[in-house]
Design a protein around this ligand. Structure first.
Ligand code: FAD
Length: 452
């Protein structure tokens, strides 16, 4: 990467962009974050993060990094009313292999996506060398002083929603955090750089979500529900999680094109058809606080910058713009956080763009394996099909899931993999392999109401 550290531009002010801007503030004299939306003055919806109306879980690794970059953030979220959830001790969790015993493995704060983004934005605003240009859309990249083909030297941006001429914003480094709809490959193409190859694996997953008021005095001995489909025969999953403000977020998920409806009756019917009645029973008489909204842009989508032999100086992509996952496993924000640390390391060591791209790809590799591996259990998934190795791994993982339902040690391993505090390979270590080979598991017939 170039040696000048005067000005960096981040495109996109969602979580990947906000965390990247925070990291860059330690390395550059000035950082400008350009966001297409106007940021709301509160923890509120905005179109650029339309997925924020649906369940968002920030696993431990993501929270740990966000806290490291913004010390005190966790306490602030807690003070704003984010409940603490013991996982799976406070969670009724119906896995594909049956009920999971309610061990205490980890603790999570559960909050709305709006609250998280608002808290992070407010903290970033305290950094004097960071400027936020909201309501501005980036329309292209500028070549560096060496001319097209030498590198990236900034962006062109104009007021969003207008046809005004785009104005140049020169920078020594441009970070693309535009999310899964990023047009950076096309912009790089215009400067004479090759576009990265792309992979899409689409499980045809749809979300429908609604927020409810927690009924007064509601205390059934659990705080959250996660009722998973039994793939590949079952396609329907449902989740109910507490959020700040005494609310529940309820998200229904349908795989293989079995999309959950958005009318009141259809939503409840879908909830009723899940593998356990708990979610339906909880919401059928609860007070809805929002309309039902749907979301279907959920394909796994990778842009393989790491496969290019030549990358421009002065340009780095991270977050969903490099790799967006089927969101059911809740990994995107944590991968964005890990990638912000990769950016920090790269700036400290002066790594070359191709090396940085390889490290960004490595951050996404484990979560990609988890998301696409699960999706390939469905023959309807588009873009890839399960080869022999995927089928063998899936059979093994199904066995480990059943074992994790009753075995604290294996459950801890599994949750750590989901929480990105351990790699997926840790499920193949001898202790787990041995237990999986020698233990016969009887599925629990009913949720275990007594945490071990
Ligand atoms: C339904 C759903 C549920 C999810 N649930 C979870 C979960 O439980 N846990 C989890 O960790 N992750 C979850 N994710 C993933 C998570 O939302 C993303 O990984 C996270 O938002 C980080 O993405 P990002 O910042 O890279 O991109 P995005 O969040 O997509 O943000 C991109 C930003 O760039 C801006 N932008 C785009 N183009 C331009 C432009 N030309 N100029 C200026 N600005 C631009 C947009 O307005 C937006 O603000 C979920 C995703 C979906 C779709």
């Amino acid at each position: 990467m170039g040696t000048s550290r005067e000005h960096a531009v981040v495109i996109g002010g969602s979580l990947a962009g906000l965390l990247a801007a925070r990291v860059l503030s330690d390395h550059f004299d000035r950082v400008t974050l350009v966001e297409r939306d106007r940021f709301p003055d509160a923890a509120a919806y905005r179109p650029g993060v339309a997925q924020g109306r649906h369940l968002h879980v920030l696993w431990s690794r993501g929270m740990e990094i966000a806290e490291r970059l913004f010390p005190g953030l966790e306490e602030e979220l807690r003070t704003a009313g984010a409940p603490v959830l013991g996982v799976p001790s406070d969670l009724l969790w119906m896995t594909p292999g049956g009920w999971r015993r309610r061990f205490e493995v980890t603790r999570l704060l559960t909050f709305s996506r709006e609250l998280l983004d608002w808290s992070v934005r407010a903290r970033l605003a305290k950094f004097e060398n960071v400027t936020v240009l909201d309501g501005r859309e980036v329309t292209g990249l500028l070549p560096s002083a060496g001319g097209p083909g030498a590198g990236v030297g900034g962006v062109e941006a104009r007021e969003h929603g207008t046809r005004a001429d785009a104005e140049p914003l020169r920078a020594d480094l441009v970070v693309d955090a535009c999310g899964r709809g990023s047009r950076a490959p096309e912009w790089l193409g215009r400067l004479g750089f090759p576009e990265p190859p792309q992979t899409k694996v689409d499980p045809l997953l749809g979300y429908a979500s609604r927020r409810y008021a927690v009924p007064p005095g509601f205390d059934p001995g659990w705080k959250a529900l996660y009722l998973q489909a039994d793939a590949p025969n079952g396609t329907r999953t449902g989740a109910l999680f507490p959020q700040e403000g005494g609310r529940w977020i309820v998200s229904l998920f349908g795989m293989a094109g079995d999309y959950p409806p958005t009318d009141d009756e259809g939503f409840l019917e879908f909830a009723k058809s899940l593998r356990s009645p708990h979610l339906y029973e909880a919401i059928k008489d609860a007070e809805p606080l929002t309309p039902i909204t749907s979301y279907r842009r959920t394909a796994n989508h990778r842009r393989h910058y790491e496969k290019l032999s030549r990358l421009p100086e002065g340009f780095i992509a991270l977050g969903d713009s490099v790799c967006a996952f089927n969101p059911l496993y809740g990994q995107g924000m944590s991968v964005a956080a890990i990638s912000a640390l990769t950016l920090d390391d790269a700036l400290r060591s002066g790594a070359a763009p191709t090396r940085i791209a390889r490290r960004m790809a490595k951050n996404a590799a484990g979560p990609w394996l988890i998301a696409t591996g699960e999706d390939l259990r469905y023959s309807t998934t588009k873009g890839a099909s399960a080869g022999i190795s995927t089928r063998v791994i899936n059979r093994y993982v199904a066995r480990v899931v059943r074992l994790a339902n009753v075995d604290h040690h294996v459950c801890t391993r599994m949750v750590n993999v989901l929480a990105l505090t351990a790699p997926p390979q840790s499920l193949f270590k001898p202790d787990v392999l041995w237990r999986a080979a020698t233990t016969r598991v009887q599925p629990l017939a009913a949720p275990d109401d007594h945490p071990v």
